[in-house]
Design a protein around this ligand. Structure first.
Ligand code: ADP
Ligand code: MG
Length: 725
């Protein structure tokens, strides 16, 4: 038992739960590392504080005159709380976050230093933009990029650094990050939704999108993680035979959380809350060693930031507990993948939720208006919405092992569905309305709040009582990507709706009838995207294709949806992105896709040649040795009789070894061919169509060998060890 694998297993099983210091109740420490309104109140003059609150609530633009004072207050607070550095914190198109740490110190000219931080440094900086992907935007112009402060998301302290949320844009104005288009999409949907709300209620002045995420992840012991080069370098296992026991018994979901894990979760919750993240639920997920953490929903921009902070926090905290966090969408083949359910809704400044039924008929008509428009928006842009969650890693998850298929449809539940059916089918509805024979009442709706039980877990976009839950988003993703599409599509749709209603009104139609008529038209229009049945079934795939929904499963082709005429028009008309930006982003998407598979292919090739073939050969030699010795001792006839199975195994192993060698050569060849392709799009397609399938072939040989050879010789931790320790 000397192999690295067994040593790792021994170390992993010997680990004890790590103590987590109790630091009082959450209300004592929530947000203690955030320069939030409470801190601003203490560190800023009352006049500047009031202005900052208005800026943060989005009711006023930032007045440049107050920035120096804000910077000074921020610096004093940060220094008092142990920060020594500051950074502009932004999300470049690599998908992670970037930061460049600068010390607060400046030379004071008298041989010493002083801590300094000015409004100028708070507002704008010029990080070395050339090291971030830009999809070609800057190559022909300036290589410069700027980061600029986003005062709507509060600064916070991570380790010893004051992090200032910023946008990241090119010198020429194009966005090089996720935050810029996200902020624009938030403003677009807010404006359009306010317009529609005002058809019902003139007192509405502002609407915001909200997001509540549920983050799934796997935890594995860090010793085991370190002995799997594939996990370390690619985030997923490129080989590994299924464990005899996996998730068949469904005994992990909501099961007892192991002590080591529950301490980690407690620690994570505390650290998250210190950073102002309202972490709320932690529980086991369906797969072994799979867990979830969710936060209470917040305004979209803040929630996106909080999720990004959480993802990096998870890694640090896990390290303290001897775990590694796997955020990859599909770390283990044949086992459920991880997603990030994005619960999305709209609400007014006075706190009225727009996607929940209300008490009056008018409230309910407004509620139906927002539901129907959401459906119409995701129907019109169903391919684009799918593109917003597509990528090399989520490609493994969608449509496999209990994950929504790569087809966007929406589940509404029996209550709302019956209201829509009623509105659509019943010609009488409108006629009676117009004759004033029935009141505008939709009696089924108020009960929805009571009967919210029939939740369809197979739908990628489900209505769940007061929000839509977008479940196709990947666990590793920056939720901004899907929020940008959702907000923008909804903005466009709501504008269209208001236009249609106002046109009818201008022709003399009464407001509520006009609304009903337009809704009726939309209900018919978006019917194909409404599906309450089993989204995992094969029959749905066929049905969806018949309905004309986008059923493409190859990520490089799904990305094309960003560049259709409809998409370009939508982003442009809502002021979110222009064609140039969309094209640049797609270049990056294709390029990232290629690189991810390229790395995987290299790692797989190395492991096959350096780990697997030597082990298989060693075991083969043991068998050969045995066959020869049997013959020597027992004589040829008897020896042969007893060695028959061993000889079969020797042959099988020889076959596998030679296949792996041949396929690995082919894999290299295909990679070379693909690398020679100029166009990023075509290259990504080649990686998808030719490189990736080779990897699957190699893997199947390796997984067969794993079952055959002596367990003592196998050096990579097996699924049963990674998933059950
Ligand atoms: P489940 O796992 O059953 O879907 P959870 O309670 O784990 O439910 O998560 C629900 C998520 O939805 C939480 O993040 C919650 O804050 C969020 N949520 C609840 N209401 C809304 C809403 N109106 N808008 C957006 N998100 C919401
Ligand atoms: Mg959920």
């Amino acid at each position: 038992m000397s192999s690295v694998r067994f040593q790792a297993i021994e170390k992993a099983t010997a680990k004890r739960p790590v103590e987590v210091e109790s630091i009082g109740k959450p209300s004592d420490y929530f947000g203690c590392k955030v320069f939030d309104k409470a801190k601003m109140y203490r560190y800023l003059s009352s006049q500047v504080y009031t202005q900052m609150v208005a800026v943060m609530d989005g009711s006023e633009p930032l007045n440049p005159d107050i920035v120096d004072e804000v910077a000074d207050g921020m610096k004093r607070w940060a220094l008092e709380h142990g920060a020594t550095h500051y950074t502009h914190w932004f999300s470049p198109l690599t998908g992670t976050t970037a930061e460049k740490h600068d010390g607060f110190i400046e030379l004071d000219g008298k041989g010493g230093v002083i801590e300094q931080f000015s409004g100028k440094l708070l507002r704008q900086q010029e990080p070395d933009a050339s090291s971030f992907p830009n999809g070609g935007i800057r190559s022909t112009f300036e290589a410069r990029g700027y980061s600029a402060w986003d005062p709507t998301s509060p600064a916070f302290i991570m380790d010893d650094t004051l992090c200032i949320p910023t946008v990241f844009i090119a010198y020429t104005g194009e966005a090089l990050d996720y935050r810029t288009p996200l902020l624009k999409s938030i403003s677009a949907v807010g404006k359009a939704a306010t317009g529609v709300c005002r058809l019902f209620d003139k007192s509405v002045h502002k609407v915001d999108p909200y997001l509540g995420w549920e983050q799934e992840y796997f935890l594995i012991d860090s010793e085991l993680f370190r002995t799997r080069p594939d996990l370390m370098l690619t985030g997923r296992t490129l080989m590994g035979h299924e464990s005899a026991k996996s998730q068949q018994l469904d005994d992990h979901y909501f099961g007892a959380i192991p002590e080591r894990v529950s301490r980690f979760m407690k620690d994570l919750e505390i650290e998250a809350m210190k950073l102002g993240i309202p972490a709320k639920t932690c529980h086991n997920e369906t797969a072994p060693n799979q867990f979830e953490i969710a936060a209470i929903y917040e305004k979209c921009n803040l929630a996106v930031d909080h999720n990004m902070i959480l993802m990096s926090l998870m890694k640090t905290v896990a390290g303290r507990h001897g775990f590694s966090v796997l955020l990859h969408e599909k770390p283990f083949k044949g086992v459920n993948g991880s997603g990030k359910h994005c619960n999305w809704s709209l609400g007014t400044d006075s706190g009225t939720p727009l996607m929940a039924p209300g008490r009056t008929d008018k409230d309910n008509l407004r509620f139906i208006t927002f539901v129907v428009n959401t459906l119409a928006a995701i129907y019109r842009h169903n391919g684009l919405l799918k593109a917003s969650v597509a990528g090399a890693s989520n490609e493994h998850r969608l449509g496999a092992n209990e994950a929504p298929p790569a087809i966007i449809s929406s589940f509404l539940g029996s209550e709302v569905s019956s209201v829509l059916d009623h509105m659509e089918e019943n010609d009488d509805f409108i006629r009676l309305l117009s004759k004033r024979e029935i009141k505008l009442d939709i009696p089924q709706i108020p009960e929805l709040l009571l009967d919210n039980t029939d939740r369809n877990r197979t739908s990628p976009f489900a209505f769940t009582g007061n929000r839509f839950e977008f479940r196709a988003v990947g666990s590793e993703a920056n939720c901004a990507t899907s929020m940008i599409v959702l907000n923008t599509a909804m903005a466009e749709q709501l504008e269209m709706f208001r236009g249609d209603v106002e046109e009818l009104i201008s022709k003399g139609e009464e407001r509520e009838f006009a609304i009903m008529k337009v809704l009726r038209k939309y209900i018919k229009y978006c019917k194909p995207v409404h599906f309450d049945g089993n989204g995992y079934s094969d029959s749905w795939r066929k049905e969806a294709a018949r309905r004309g929904l986008d059923c493409e499963t190859s990520a490089p082709l799904i990305f094309d949806n960003y560049l259709t005429e409809d998409s370009i028009r939508m982003f442009r008309s809502q002021g979110v992105m222009v064609e140039n930006e969309l094209r640049a982003r797609n270049e990056i998407k294709w390029n990232t896709y290629t690189k991810k598979i390229q790395i995987e292919a290299r790692v797989l090739g190395d492991l096959a040649i350096n780990h697997i073939i030597p082990i298989a050969t060693k075991y083969q030699s043991i068998l050969l040795d045995n066959v020869i010795k049997m013959e020597t001792v027992l004589g040829k006839d008897e020896g042969d009789r007893y060695s028959k199975e061993n000889i079969d195994s020797i042959r099988t192993i020889a076959e596998h070894i030679s296949s792996i060698r041949r396929l690995t050569d082919e894999l290299i060849e295909r990679r070379k061919e693909a690398n020679g392709i100029e166009s990023e799009r075509e290259k990504a397609i080649a990686y998808h169509n030719t490189v990736f399938p080779k990897m699957e072939e190699i893997r199947s040989h390796i997984d067969d060998i794993e079952l055959m050879v002596d367990d003592d010789l196998w050096v990579l931790p097996k699924y049963r060890e990674m998933l059950f320790i």
